[in-house]
Design a protein around this ligand. Structure first.
Ligand SMILES: Nc1ncnc2c1ncn2[C@@H]1O[C@H](COP(=O)(O)OP(=O)(O)OP(=O)(O)O)[C@@H](O)[C@H]1O
Ligand SMILES: [Mg+2]
Length: 504
């Protein structure tokens, strides 16, 4: 980032917007850049006024407009850091806008550089052309390493004696995705709780920090490919990629996998597959609440999507799971939402560009039930390594699911004829099979006995699978998927091909 600022300054840019919530870190970077450029640095904030960092003088100036007036009087080639200036541009004050444009024009001719610092606020189009936006990425391993050393030394420990290289690497990986301040807090807490740097405690703190943000959640899961019945093709495809994030794969010249979109019938194991993907790759699983991307405040959504991308990249390699993607991005066309001034369109565009161009090892797994709600750009194959369609399980798959479900609830699968159960549960999804087994357990429990095949038969007779009530929308999904998405199951069995869903 320092070098980027230096480059823009040398190229004669008059306005930069350095987007970050990490003010202290950003200021240190700007200071280092101006020192290297040998240019004087002035800083302004509404509370402190103007600070001349060389002379150490402070001059009160609470008004942003007056602050801009004063910039004109500063020496040529000065760099001026304006804290939270974006916030003042929020109310669309036309005079302040005008003043900023005048100041930028003056800055260009006198060689000054204005750096707006703070959380991103969308600028008026004419300002957006004059001010270059820079996003400060979260600290990488090298920066976190400095933080870690600082904490270890302040605790009176020796960073060589008390921390093995393996432990250090694990702790730094666990802290990826945190700001410097958050990392410092997590390391310090770990020292207090365990008298050492514990990657587990740092991970736990990170999970909490992310949760507080409300967009991303670190999911701990024990699901693996063995927890999924059927979906053999999808599973084989994932297994083939299990080492795709390793150095060996990079050396071989394999491109970093982008991710997959899993479409399908509700309750057929899409979320399950997303969870299992993380264990295939052996990386952390991050879940994005797409519905919450669209924050209430102006500009919030864009800040949200960028922060999600930054965090995922900082934690990478990882799996980013966007569950029910149609809830977040449904109804957004390339033209943008007409009711929100194009915000959702822009957010969506940022996300799509990232999906297409990202180089960080973030494997995105998006799941969806309803393609009709998704904009076509989202469904273009180039965005994903594969588009999968998950249909209702066929007889063989249902038998596999019965086996898994019976074992999941601590029963012996050999005491049930799962082939018979598979036939009896035609049109049922995995989720429904599980629900049927739980219902049978309840029946057995009240009568103080084990559930039997007879119970299961009764339960299945009484239950109406979703596929019968939703047959039309399932048919529509199948029709859409034909030729567009790959079937996640091994091969279409005759029973599936020949099956016509009956209504009612
Ligand atoms: N193929 C499967 N193999 C094993 N269990 C399954 C399978 N499909 C569903 N299940 C069971 O049903 C539960 C619900 O499945 P899951 O949440 O993955 O469905 P989904 O496709 O994400 O549904 P939705 O579209 O409603 O989100 C799983 O936790 C699992 O217990
Ligand atoms: Mg789901």
């Amino acid at each position: 980032m320092k070098h980027q600022i230096i480059r823009y300054a040398r190229a004669g840019h008059a306005g930069l917007f350095l987007c970050t919530a990490e003010e202290t870190r950003a200021e240190a970077i700007v200071k280092a850049a101006t020192e290297e450029l040998q240019r004087p640095l002035h800083a302004w904030s509404a509370t402190e006024g103007f600070i001349d960092t060389q002379l150490g003088t402070i001059q009160s100036c609470p008004d942003p407009g007056l602050a801009l007036d004063q910039i004109t009087d500063l020496q040529d080639d000065a760099v001026i850091l304006l804290r939270d200036f974006g916030a003042f541009l929020d109310d669309k004050d036309p005079v302040l806008h005008r003043k900023l444009r005048d100041t930028l024009r003056n800055a260009r001719t006198t060689g000054k550089l204005l750096i707006l610092l703070g959380v991103w606020k969308p600028l008026a189009p004419e300002l957006e052309r004059e001010i270059t936006r820079l996003d400060l990425a979260l600290p990488g391993p090298a920066e976190l390493d400095l933080v870690l050393n600082g904490i270890i030394e302040s605790a009176g420990l020796s960073s060589h004696r008390d921390l093995t290289p393996a432990l250090r690497e694990a702790a730094l990986a666990a802290a990826g995705g945190l700001t410097t301040l958050e990392a410092e807090n997590a390391f310090a807490l770990s020292l207090i709780e365990s008298e050492t740097i514990s990657p587990a405690i740092v991970s736990r703190e990170k999970a909490q920090a992310l949760k507080k943000g409300g967009l991303l959640e670190v999911i701990t899961t024990t699901e693996s490919l063995d927890s999924i019945g059927g979906l053999d093709r999808l599973k084989a495809w994932l297994l083939q990629r299990r080492e795709a994030f390793t150095k060996r794969a990079r050396d071989y010249g394999l491109p970093v996998p982008k991710g997959m979109l899993v479409l399908g019938v509700p309750g057929t194991g899409k979320s399950l597959t997303a969870k299992a993907t993380a264990s295939v790759f052996g990386v952390p699983l991050l879940k994005l609440d797409a519905g919450r991307l669209f924050g209430g405040l102006v500009g919030q959504s864009e800040a949200n999507v960028r922060s999600v991308i930054q965090t995922a990249e900082a934690i990478s390699p990882c799996v980013l799971w966007i569950d029910e993607i149609e809830k977040g991005f449904g109804g957004v066309g390339s033209s943008g939402g007409s009711t929100d001034g194009g915000t959702s369109g822009r957010v969506f565009g940022t996300m799509l560009n990232w999906l297409q161009d990202k180089t960080a090892p973030v494997f995105v797994v998006a799941t969806a039930n309803d393609v009709s709600k998704l904009p076509p750009e989202m469904l273009r194959k180039g965005r994903w390594d594969e588009l999968w369609f998950v249909d209702l399980p066929d007889t063989r798959e249902r038998a596999a699911i019965w086996d898994l479900v019976i074992e999941k609830y601590g029963r012996d699968k050999t005491t049930f004829d799962t082939v018979v159960l598979a036939r009896a549960s035609e049109l049922h999804t995995g989720a429904e099979i599980e629900a049927a087994f739980v219902e049978a357990l309840h029946r057995g429990f009240v009568e103080e006995r084990e559930p039997t095949e007879l119970d299961l038969g009764e339960v299945l007779c009484e239950s109406v699978p979703l596929a019968t009530t939703m047959s039309e929308s399932i048919e529509r999904l199948r029709h859409w998927a034909k030729g567009r998405a790959r079937h996640a199951s091994a091969k279409e069995t005759p029973s599936r091909r020949g099956r016509k869903l009956e209504l009612g």
